[in-house]
Design a protein around this ligand. Structure first.
Ligand SMILES: C[S@@+](CC[C@H](N)C(=O)[O-])C[C@H]1O[C@@H](n2cnc3c(N)ncnc32)[C@H](O)[C@@H]1O
Length: 260
């Protein structure tokens, strides 16, 4: 039976969501890469416009949880770190011994981050590495904290990325993952839906000249597992003391898990 299904096309396990479309698993990454290649030059400006600046507060909550020490060595890995926004915030909050590695699969996003880090005099404390979250080129147990902000829903094999995050964390280290969720306040959910599907693609067209990429970003939020299901995925990957906190009426969740 399974064989028959396979003859007709890929089985469900071999497909992934690309926004609201189901695509072969092996094709999702290239589609995601096209999105971020297209929006890279205006990515941070769009974040401010789309979220009314709220992404800064969400990232502040992540930085507070990361709690970089001011008086000893600290190594952060920011997976799907894009233009380095989170890594720069963590390094700024930590002491002179804080270092961050920004890892992303997209060279265009990283190039903007590298330029920005150099302009801010952070070239020596930030490293930008082009790599896939599913196969990290870092040694076991080499980071104190691993962060992923608004990145995990773009990764085709989420379980593989979580296993890699676990592997590179030191024992006692923490994974912090910011991701969009579903608004859970009556009234806000409808408003959020209308805003997401109407205003955000229009904004994408006006600012970046690309509505489609922003339509994908909105649709991909809908497809991402609910916070309690994602928490179960973290436990399955080996993380302990797993928890999440909802922010802004449930629009964003900050997930946490420890390598114990
Ligand atoms: C929405 S952006 C988030 C960027 C940054 N973390 C932030 O919060 O500003 C998502 C990022 O995930 C990256 N990405 C997508 N798939 C990836 C993968 N398999 N491995 C690593 N990065 C990936 C994209 O290239 C993009 O830079």
């Amino acid at each position: 039976m399974l064989l028959k299904l396979r003859e007709k096309g890929p089985a469900v396990a071999d497909t992934a969501h690309f926004g609201s479309r189901q695509v072969p698993l092996t094709e999702k990454q290239a589609l995601v890469d096209d999105v971020f290649r297209s929006v890279a030059h205006r990515y941070d400006l769009m974040n401010d416009l789309m979220s009314f600046g709220l992404h800064r507060a969400w990232k502040d909550a992540l930085v507070t949880a990361a709690n970089p020490p001011r008086n000893r060595d600290f190594a952060l890995l920011d997976i799907a770190g894009g233009t380095g926004d989170v890594a720069m915030r963590v390094v700024a909050a930590g002491g002179e011994h804080s270092r961050a590695t920004v890892c992303d699969v997209n060279a265009e996003m990283l190039a903007i981050g590298r330029e920005r880090a150099a302009a801010r005099g952070l070239g020596a404390v930030l490293t930008f590495t082009e790599a896939n979250a599913e196969a990290l080129p870092f040694a076991d147990r080499s980071f104190d904290v691993v962060t992923i902000a608004f990145g995990i829903r773009n990764v085709p094999r989420i379980e593989a990325a979580l296993a890699e995050a676990f592997r590179v964390l030191r024992i006692g280290g923490r994974l912090l993952c910011l991701e969009f969720s579903a608004a859970d306040v009556p009234g806000l959910d409808r408003l959020y839906e209308l805003y997401s599907f109407n205003v955000i693609p229009a904004l994408g067209r006006a600012v970046v000249g690309d509505a489609e990429s922003y339509r994908y970003l909105v649709e991909s939020i809908r497809r991402f597992p609910r916070p309690e299901d994602f928490a179960a995925m973290l436990r399955a990957a080996g993380f302990g003391r797993v928890s999440f906190a909802l922010m802004t009426g449930g629009i964003v969740a900050l997930h946490s898990g420890w390598r114990l």
